[in-house]
Design a protein around this ligand. Structure first.
Ligand SMILES: Cc1ncc(COP(=O)(O)O)c(C=O)c1O
Length: 430
């Protein structure tokens, strides 16, 4: 295969390629990464960056990991892909059993799909088909939280915050869902029943038309990087039971240890009826999502008029992705991930604390392997990104939040460099 020069890559990129949320008439040059190893991204110009993003929170073991590489290479030599209709295989069976074993109790059935957003679509369809199958087609709307983010496809967009969820220009086309205020109680705040008043009143008023509540447990990610009280989650679970509404937990960002528990639902000791997983599921190697549900939900669906769940993507259960996921989960569970993440949390807290004294910073907060500096005003991503790169770190803020979610394998020295250089940039950013 003939290779492209660096300048050819750059020209083609700017002329032809959409990047996430990007313009093609005013393209911002993308950084050309030629390789990645451990927690470092290597640029075409030879510079190396310490990665604070874990490729949007997914590369928990870092890059080019020998065990993940070996698992995928072995799978390539066996079978890269085969349709899942009427066929099964060991990588999918192994992964399904592991997910049933490690996720909160009661989640027994697994639906594999291609990406987080599709995993959310699957969850919404499961909830709606469940009630339809009970002869209750009126229960077809979803109650979601303000500041929530669940993905970019149409169903997922409909449950993102309608104002800040980046999708308001599609509002005329999106399904009309219901929204409740975002949790007002921070992770460590003293609980007060008034914190649950709004969602309770929505459930009282609308439960007859609600299929499910969807939320990101403990951490509202892309919608603002806010951590909220486990009691809120616990009370929502109780209210869903009381008003006969399913609970969908979207753990696409929080799953696999990110908040300090294997799954964020564990902070509240709850099990959802439906659980969405993605991102770190494969250690950031391949795109894969899993939507798990209880037997009550699967039985409800399959005893209904259709008799089957109405979904089935071409690349469902892709063996390469499943084998990456199997290797990644094994690696995680065999590591001392709880200590690693507790250490990262401690270091993020002390490393980012000086930012609390900057006049243009409103808050600094950390939980697990997540550290957030919130500024008074939104940053210009291209400008600040260049400053981070010049300091040898990869940090990509959104809005007014400058945050890091590093790979769990980051050394304390690299984490120091990451937080110190973040502070240097943030302190003088105007
Ligand atoms: C909580 C949550 N749900 C869903 C998604 C969508 O996942 P994907 O980008 O893989 O479609 C994201 C992505 O950031 C997310 O954070």
């Amino acid at each position: 295969m003939k290779h492209l020069t660096t300048s050819q890559v750059s020209t083609i990129d700017q002329q032809h390629i959409w990047h996430p949320y990007s313009s093609l008439t005013n393209p911002i040059p993308a950084y050309h990464v030629v390789s990645a190893e451990g927690v470092r991204l290597k640029l075409a110009d030879g510079r190396e960056l310490i990665d604070g993003m874990a490729s949007w929170w997914s590369a928990i073991h870092g890059y080019n990991h020998p065990e993940l590489n070996a698992a995928i290479k072995h799978q390539i030599d066996t079978m890269s892909h085969v349709m899942f209709g009427g066929i099964t295989h060991e990588p999918a069976a192994k992964l399904a059993q592991t997910l049933v074993d490690i996720t909160p109790a009661g989640l027994e059935k697994v639906f594999f799909s291609d990406s987080g957003s599709v995993g959310v679509e699957v969850a919404l369809k499961m909830a709606i088909q469940y009630w339809y199958s009970q002869g209750n087609s009126e229960k077809s709307r979803i109650l979601s939280l303000r500041k929530g983010y669940h993905g970019d496809t149409f169903g997922a967009m409909s449950v993102c915050d309608p104002v800040t969820g980046m999708h308001h220009l599609f509002n005329n086309t999106l399904a009309k869902q219901l929204f409740t205020e975002s949790p007002r109680c921070g992770f460590n705040d003293t609980w007060n029943e008034s914190h649950i008043a709004d969602i309770k009143s929505q459930l009282v008023k609308h439960h007859h038309e609600l299929a499910a509540v969807i939320l990101e447990p403990i951490l509202q990610g892309t919608g603002g990087m806010h951590f909220y009280s486990p009691t809120y989650l616990k009370r929502v679970r109780e209210l869903c039971d009381e008003y006969d509404v399913l609970l969908i937990a979207d753990e696409i960002a929080t799953g696999f240890g990110r908040t300090g528990k294997l799954f964020a639902c564990e902070w509240a000791g709850i099990s959802p009826d439906i659980l969405c997983l993605g991102k770190a599921l494969t250690g950031g190697y391949m795109t894969l999502a899993a939507t798990l549900c209880t037997t009550k939900v699967s039985d409800g669906i399959c005893h209904g008029e259709a008799g089957v769940f109405m979904h089935g993507p071409t690349f469902m259960g892709n063996p390469l992705a499943c084998s990456a996921a199997n290797a990644s989960i094994e690696l995680l569970l065999n590591s001392n991930w709880e200590e690693q993440i507790a250490a990262i949390e401690g270091q993020l807290k002390s490393g980012l604390a000086p930012a609390k004294n900057y006049s243009h910073v409103t808050d600094v907060r950390c939980l697990g392997a997540v550290g957030v500096i919130e500024l008074k005003e939104s940053v210009d991503v291209a400008t600040i990104q260049k400053q981070f790169v010049d300091k040898g770190i990869w940090v990509r803020p959104f809005g007014s939040r400058v945050y890091v979610m590093p790979p769990y394998i980051i050394s304390s020295q690299d984490l120091d460099t990451l937080t110190n250089n973040m502070l240097k940039v943030v302190e003088f950013y105007k």
